[in-house]
Ligand binder design. Sequence first.
Ligand code: ZN
Ligand code: ZN
Length: 287
Amino acid sequence: MKITFYGVRGTSPVTQPDFAKYGGETTSILVEGEGGELIAVDAGTGLRNLGRDLEASGRSGRELLFLMTHYHLDHLMGLPAFAPLYREGTSLTIAAPRRKGRTPQTVISRIFSAPLWPLQIDKIPARIDFLTLPAAAAAPLARGGLRVTWAPLHHPGGSTAYRFDEPATGASFVFATDVEWGESTPTERKAFLRLGGDPAPPGLLAFDGQYGKTEYPRFRGWGHSTREDAAEAARLVGAKELLVTHHDPGKDDRTLAAAEQELVRTHPAARLAREGMTIELPGGDTP
Ligand SMILES: [Zn+2]
Ligand SMILES: [Zn+2]
């Protein structure tokens, strides 16, 4: 299994050069299975580069499962600029649980409608199917050799954590962005811990850590965790490695590097996610 982080910034994209090391694109990742399976998660601005890479490698015609954690704009605003949508032969399935009773088809169709975007959903050349998921996985969703399970997270309007298992290689990855761990109810925590532990602790956990613990009290209720919360969640599920993601758009490379140093001192298996980072599971990684 290979995971590429095309966007790790939270809330809003940033483009200044002193944000370039950790990256300014908002959340979008690609999970690739050994058998060439493709699963994208979230359509932040990082999705533009994800689409570019799929096109450059001739894979944009391959069936793509597209999971949405939720629809806050920083996770959605890259979708209209996803080049494979404008190519005949692209086939994708957009999947997510209902939000406020709305299916993925209802929400995504709204993005591709006047006055928000020039092209209506039925004029998009790609074939788009929609799949409404239950709030939590009753059974895994199979995609070739990959198995996907999920659970709800504490976040305003809701958010979903996804887990990817590849039984043939033993690789496992949990992606949990946009979660306020500190405000999570016992039921929400239990659901996340069950996801993290079933069938075994994950090789990698990517978890929201937008804030430092001293600044968090000012942002309580905004739906995000601290880096310390992320480390606690990683410890509780027994994750081998932790990547903290959803970096605050106000934090430049120097600030994030200092935060990362502090995190690594107390949690040696933790790092901050960087845009462009590729992780191979199980095993090592390449920058
Ligand atoms: Zn977000
Ligand atoms: Zn959000």
